[in-house]
Design a protein around this ligand. Structure first.
Ligand SMILES: *Cc1c(COP(=O)(O)O)cnc(C)c1O
Length: 360
């Protein structure tokens, strides 16, 4: 069977060459006589795989040496609680920016640990905008400022890193990490679940500035303490070894293909082409303000929602799958992470034009 263009928001596409490489190495990793899945995480071979993945990620993102990189379990969602548990550092409140569904979940979890000051929200535009920086009501005494650079469900993305002074800036980059270069030194902590732009599900990556480590609230379980994981180089317990290995193959693929500036150029082209197709049609609509549109997740609706099912069924026949919008919003959503080839987006655009011609 031919591979499809899978527009899933996550778990999402993985580059075909990476899957091929994993297939070749499946039964016998580089003469070890075993699959990576079967290796001891403390053995020389696996440790070399893990360290290479970290080194490649550090190179791709130009991570400064005063930052630690962690490979953890529990998904991005566990970070919603680990962040307040580890980063309150004796303070009683934290600032959160509310730009949609994932921000709301992070806020809800943080409220269990501290006073949450929602310093800005785009609720009044139904989360179709990014609140202008000059409207934010930051608390200078906040432990940190948390925001969601790319809202995976609403399809809104910050185009710049907000300036927040000396308060550590925390970012949930689950759906846009590695999609373009970023200045890591602007952040106190960056986290991301793996299953969108990194690799398979089962792992999250945390990039944390050293001075923020080691001041957890009392009774923090060991598994939720960044310092424990830092000291053990993410091997306090058995890490998600196969996901970590596959993420490493994805990092190699990114390096071989020009790194993050090359990815950014391709991602921008893919997104602009799809938005242009939506905007020049009166049949399709994207509700997000132009300057806040995501390069990664593009929701759109059809003029007549009764055609949604037909659209999805016909698209699937063309090898364009998983285009249904999030269950909370309906309509369509095309997630076009790094691994979605430009041809996949072009094919979707042609299909949309053809569908419109037949149904408008
Ligand atoms: C997918 C996603 C999450 C949740 O990730 P899990 O790994 O399933 O916990 C959190 N934040 C954002 C922005 C996401 O896209």
């Amino acid at each position: 069977m031919a591979r499809v263009y899978n527009f899933s928001a996550g778990p999402a596409m993985i580059p075909e060459v990476v899957l091929q490489r994993a297939k070749e190495e499946m039964l016998d990793w580089q003469g070890s006589g075993m699959s990576v899945m079967e290796m001891s995480h403390r053995g020389k071979e696996y440790v070399s795989i893990a360290q290479q993945a970290e080194a490649d990620l550090r190179e791709l993102l130009a991570i400064p040496s005063n930052y630690k990189v962690l490979f953890l379990q529990g998904g991005a969602s566990l970070q919603f609680s680990m962040i307040p548990m580890n980063l309150l550092r004796g303070k009683t409140s934290a600032d959160y920016i509310n730009t949609g569904e994932w921000s709301k979940k992070a806020i809800k979890e943080a409220q269990k640990f501290c006073e949450v000051n929602v310093a800005a929200s785009s609720k009044d535009t139904n989360f179709s905008t990014i609140p202008a920086r000059n409207t934010w009501k930051l608390n200078p005494d906040a432990a940190y400022v948390h925001y969601t650079p790319n809202e995976t469900i609403g399809g809104v993305e910050f185009q710049d890193i907000p300036e927040v002074g000396n308060v550590p800036l925390i970012a949930d980059m689950s759906s846009n990490i590695l999609s373009r270069p970023i200045d890591v030194s602007k952040f106190g902590l960056i986290y991301a679940g793996a299953q969108k732009n990194i690799g398979p599900a089962g792992m999250s990556i945390v990039i944390i500035r050293e001075d923020l480590i080691g001041q957890t609230i009392s009774n923090t379980p060991s598994m939720l303490d960044y310092k424990i994981h830092v000291d053990a180089e993410s091997m306090y317990n058995t890490p998600p070894t196969y996901t970590w290995y596959l993420a490493g193959l994805v990092f190699k693929w990114l390096k071989e293909n020009g790194g993050l500036s090359a990815m950014a150029a391709i991602n921008q082209r893919k997104a602009e082409a799809l938005y242009a197709a939506i905007d020049q049609s009166s049949f399709y609509n994207n509700p997000v303000e132009k300057c806040s549109r995501s390069w990664m997740n593009i929701p759109f609706t059809l003029a007549n929602a009764e055609l949604d099912k037909t659209f999805l069924a016909e698209a699937k026949k063309e090898g364009l799958t998983t285009l249904a919008g999030h269950r909370s919003v309906g309509g369509m959503r095309a997630s076009i992470y790094n691994a979605m080839p430009e041809e996949g987006v072009q094919k979707l655009i042609s299909f949309m034009a053809d569908f419109e011609k037949r149904n408008a």
